[in-house]
Design a binder for this molecule. Structure first.
Ligand SMILES: Cc1ncc(COP(=O)(O)O)c(C=O)c1O
Length: 456
């Protein structure tokens, strides 16, 4: 990187950090305004450095600030500085994580993360894994492993309707992946959830039996540790008994709250995870690394190799397959996403990761306590969840969340469960204090007081 770009980089980062404090919610631009306010057009001729940096800074200034203390909109938040450091260095080094020749010790960094995660899960020595570019791809990989373990699909393709099971509250990637991998969306059975948003295990087993009876081929169960809306945890132990009995692959989608495995206090939420056939966690969610970094682990090393390795003499030119992670990954060229998790984990230790997780659960308790004490609120979510779902004074949550954003007060979104729609506050930003969570409610209430007309 040249000196000038490095200096500009520092200036831009300082600008971002300053803006996060002074203007924590960026006023959204109308789509029509985009091109009139910002210089985004790409042209044949180069622009001067002066124009380039001015346009670039303007673009940055208008971009939503997801690490600010007023961002509660999605399942990301805050900024772990050490993780950002690792991420930036990944970009400058620009290794590709397919071979030891090209990635060198960075391969061992990945392997260390996978090993530590497998140990925490209680997986046997036959574990293996990869660093994937997100929870959706991790779910995809799990589904492929489950498919290939059940039938000879690697060579023959799918010759028989293969059925997979997930709860109605699962992440949308499960259905999308089913279509992408040739299983078909119609083969996804969405099992109803109980009143707290967990998959109903009796209905799961009944559905598997019914599918076998109809000569279908059940192959895979996805359980979620932290459902996207309510943050509920499916019962892994019960799912495992059913999967073993009926010979199905059990995947634990821990993209959102799988990080509870780092906490002595909360790991009980994933009780039985050691019995699963695969597990994934997105460190860009609860652990607060920059996007994206997902750790995918399985106790079935051989299956991962069978499903994901392919010979390529132009790439794999040494015999050390153990150190050629391109043999167990989805992509060919792959960014070094492991490094940002390693720089964070190395510097704060497993105990530091535990503190991040515990703090987020603590913040969620503060939020629930506030709601429960105040009769103007109605609570829809449950304990042991960092998604706090509520409505305030029966105001339409879609209108309220849109108005809060439009007026640059707070970024928070809404969600639905069964026939209810509500505001979903996510306490995933470990930089937030308990006082700042109370402040969220105060800001919301003040906004409602001052804007009764637009909220009607
Ligand atoms: C339960 C669950 N699984 C998977 C995903 C997708 O993960 P990612 O955002 O890491 O791609 C999400 C995202 O919110 C999720 O909540």
């Amino acid at each position: 990187m040249n000196q000038k770009d490095l200096e500009q980089f520092l200036e831009i980062v300082q600008l971002i950090v300053q803006e996060e404090q002074e203007i924590p919610v960026t006023k959204p631009l109308n789509i029509e305004e985009l091109h009139s306010l910002l210089d985004l057009k790409l042209e044949d001729e180069p622009v001067s450095d002066e124009i380039f940096f001015a346009s670039f800074k303007e673009l940055v200034k208008h971009t939503p600030k997801t690490a600010s203390k007023s961002f509660f909109n999605q399942l990301i938040g805050g900024r772990r500085s050490r993780a950002v450091l690792g991420d930036l260095v990944s970009s400058v080094l620009n290794n590709s994580m397919y071979t030891y020749k090209v990635a060198g010790p960075m391969v061992a960094v990945e392997k260390e993360i996978i090993k530590k995660t497998a140990d925490l899960l209680g997986y046997p020595a036959s574990y293996s894994g990869t660093i994937a570019s997100g929870g959706s791809i991790s779910n995809f990989m799990a589904m492929v492993l489950g498919r290939d373990a059940k039938a000879n699909t690697i060579e023959d393709g799918i010759n028989h309707p293969m059925i997979l099971y997930t709860s109605e509250a699962c992440h949308y990637s499960v259905a999308k992946n089913a279509s992408l991998m040739g299983i078909g969306r119609k083969q996804v059975r969405f099992i109803p959830t109980n009143e707290v948003g967990e998959m109903d295990m009796a209905l799961l087993e009944a559905q598997i039996i019914a599918d076998y009876a109809q000569n279908k081929l059940p192959f895979f169960v996805n359980v979620t540790s932290g459902t996207t809306v309510l943050g509920a945890f499916d019962d892994i132990e019960k799912a495992s008994v059913i999967c073993k009995k009926h010979q199905l692959w059990l995947h634990v989608d821990g993209a959102y709250c799988g990080a509870a495995i780092f906490s002595h206090e909360y790991k009980h939420l994933l009780k039985g995870v050691e019995l699963s056939d695969s597990f994934s966690i997105s460190s860009h969610k609860m652990l607060g690394t920059p996007l994206t970094c997902s750790v995918f682990v399985t106790p079935h090393k051989e299956q991962l190799e069978q499903s994901f390795s392919s010979e390529a003499s132009y790439l794999f030119q040494s015999e050390e397959d153990e150190f050629n992670p391109g043999k167990t990954s989805f992509q060919c060229g792959r960014r070094n996403d492991a490094l940002k998790l390693w720089t964070l984990w190395k510097s704060i230790g497993t105990s530091g990761l535990e503190k991040l997780v515990n703090h987020q659960f603590k913040l969620s308790e503060i939020a629930r306590k506030y709601i429960r004490k105040n009769i103007d609120y109605q609570l829809f979510s449950f304990d042991n969840s960092i998604s706090i779902c509520f409505n305030y004074k029966n105001i339409d949550p879609k209108v309220l969340t849109a108005a809060l954003h439009k007026h640059a007060k707070l970024m928070v979104s809404y969600g639905s469960f069964k026939d209810q729609t509500f505001v979903r506050l996510v306490t995933i930003n470990s930089d937030n204090s308990e006082e700042e969570i109370v402040e969220f409610f105060k800001k919301l209430e003040q906004f409602v007081r001052e804007n009764t007309l637009i909220l009607q």
